[in-house]
Design a protein around this ligand. Sequence first.
Ligand SMILES: Nc1ncnc2c1ncn2[C@@H]1O[C@H](COP(=O)(O)OP(=O)(O)OP(=O)(O)O)[C@@H](O)[C@H]1O
Length: 482
Amino acid sequence: MIEFKQVEIKKGQQHCHIQDWVLATHQHVCVIAGDNSPSLIADWLCDEAALIQGEISGLPATIGVVSLGIQQQLYAAQKAADETDLTNEVDPGSTVYELLREINNDAAQIEQAIDDCGLSKLRDRGFFLLSTGETRRLMLARAILSCPQLLVLDEPYAGLDKVYQRQLSELLVRLSQDYQLVMITSREQEIPTCFTHIALFDEQHLHSSFAREQWINHPLRQQWQALAGEVSQQVANVLQQARCEQDNYDPLFAIYNGRVAYHDGVVFEHLNWQISAGEHWQVRGPNGCGKSTLLNLIFGDHPQCYSNQIDIFGHRRGSGESIWQIKQRIGMVSSALHLQYRVNVKAVDVIISGFYDSIGLYQQPTVSEQEQARQWLKLLHMEAVADSGFRSLSYGQQRLLLIARALIKQPLILLLDEPCQGLDYLNRKIVLQALSLVASLSITQMVYVSHHDDEAIDGITHFIDFIPAENGEGYRPQLIHP
Ligand SMILES: Nc1ncnc2c1ncn2[C@@H]1O[C@H](COP(=O)(O)OP(=O)(O)OP(=O)(O)O)[C@@H](O)[C@H]1O
């Protein structure tokens, strides 16, 4: 059995306190939290956080960890190995197969992990080219290949499409027969049957642990739900008050016969779509169908922007428009942006950087910009970390800052590519309810991506579904609207 006694784990400004916690060998524990503190356990297991007090005993010799923190580590290692700055080429990163072999050389075990995690078509694809869900599946395969006795999974469902969510649940049930599982999750709908116990964390402390059946009526759950309603309303109020006169465009964006393809095949084609005034859209479809690609075509960051016929805010893309003026009217939150945001500027400056569309802050902000950023920190209950470095914060706190960064400039279009990834139970509820208010009050127009049914945003009535093409080559869009 694993035992925590008077433990305090610390990383930067984050703490996790566990007075007394015993995980019996037969228990599979699901951790739910009102903050990101339990992620520090995963961080400590990867030498990314320090045990500054107490004792943790009974840990097995091999432990596998899947977390967004570990993914950031691998991204940093791959970037460090990237020497293309010298050669002026784009580095795809190590291939999926190389990254699996790095963990375990046994060919049969690698094949099993490839099969379990749906990586067979991706074995030769470079790390930097993988989509969000493809990267998550790679991280899971690496953890399984370490043959762990204990598997710690921090938000393993984040980024997985519906098919792989189901496959992961089945896989966890199978793995639970051989390994002990600890899963940190903000998604109560997605707790596989093999989890027998729940541990609740609140305000950086282990609050309680109990049998799974007691969760649904737990008082803390009701309390969090009420709090989420209150805070999300405050967020919507601030956005509504700050609203100023903006130019009107109709449509805001249009793409004609859109197509994206690489040397190894088509991602999607035949996309005729526009965002008309007042519409909010959700883009749906399996991992790798081109959702993030489409959002990057809107944002202007995709290399195939100019081989497509695109109109944005009344300009034909590529007709001499100022890309910065266009970007100023678009807010973006995505995992790719999160991974690229590797500078260690102060939390308050991360929010201000939204005004300048920069990663980091290189200009002297105005007094009004500074005041607005402070107001956001207050709303997010993050005033205490205003001057802390971005990198010293938890993944979820970083994500909240990036959401505020996208909203602060009152964009005409808000691109939200799985915005809730990494948020804890409470903040996920706050962000989703706030976005529902933002959509129904038409404060900005949204293009939203999520794979999770419980992350629906009220007010979104228009959908693009990417479905596999009949000829087996890539995906075809299907537009659904009232
Ligand atoms: N340079 C490239 N060469 C080949 N394939 C690429 C390249 N860049 C991206 N891809 C592939 O394009 C596909 C679309 O990627 P995209 O990130 O848009 O998918 P997605 O629908 O957002 O997926 P997810 O649900 O996992 O986030 C992926 O299969 C990705 O691996």
